[in-house]
Ligand binder design. Structure first.
Ligand code: ADP
Ligand code: TPP
Ligand code: MG
Length: 175
């Protein structure tokens, strides 16, 4: 089964909370026809299903923490396999969030050819997320959780950018 995605074109899309990962991915989809897979959206779909696993995930996400690596990776892998026959390439949005996630992805699925780094100032991200919180209905778009998500981004996710920069595959789109 995993054979189906062995040679898939893979692009990681990394940036802070509310930096605009989802927004930029939609533009790439419109222009290049790649398949957009957002880790956050996959997790929220599991929460919305009302499953037992979804309840556990909801509690973690509401606190702005990272859900266990195996859970996210399995979900992304299943979604990739489901689209393998029709996909020209995959935009993996919101993953990896820590270097270890990148390493495990490469072991189990394959290497990315590119990492799109969506950069935004902290204060911009906070402002956008507070605004989004007015209508998003997302349990994590509130002041307290936004702060935790931002802290975790700087601590765990920024090292991902450094890691892939040394490999020469990081590109920062001019927005
Ligand atoms: N790769 C991931 N690893 C662990 N947890 C994740 C991952 N992607 C998403 N999550 C969980 O889902 C939440 C929302 O993610 P996402 O929709 O990408 O939000 P945002 O980019 O707005 O912070 C995260 O705060 C985290 O709890
Ligand atoms: C309801 C609503 N939608 C959108 C916006 C504008 N907005 C809020 S956050 C954001 C950029 C980030 O959104 P997204 O692309 O979902 O970022 P991600 O969390 O995926 O990085 C924008 C343009 C807004 N102020 N209010
Ligand atoms: Mg998003």
């Amino acid at each position: 089964m995993a054979d189906k995605i062995k040679d898939a074109k893979i692009i990681f899309v990394v940036g802070g909370p509310g930096s605009g990962k989802g927004t930029q991915c939609e533009k790439v989809v419109a222009k290049y026809g790649y398949t957009h897979l957002s880790s956050g959206d996959l997790l929220r779909a599991e929460v919305a299903s009302g499953s037992e696993r979804g309840k556990t995930l909801q509690a973690i996400m509401q606190k702005g923490e990272l859900v266990p690596l195996d859970t996210v990776l399995d979900m992304i892998k299943d979604a990739m396999i489901a689209k393998a026959d029709v996909s020209k390439g995959f935009l993996i949005d919101g993953y990896p969030r820590e270097v270890k996630q990148g390493e495990e992805f490469e072991k189990k699925i394959g290497a990315p050819c590119l990492l799109l780094y969506i950069d935004a100032k902290g204060e911009t991200m906070v402002k956008r997320l507070m605004k989004r919180g007015e209508t998003s209905g997302r349990a994590d778009d509130n002041e307290e959780t936004i702060k935790k998500r931002l802290d975790l981004y700087y601590k765990a996710t920024e090292p991902v950018i450094t890691f892939y920069t040394s490999r020469g595959i990081v590109r920062k789109p001019l927005l």
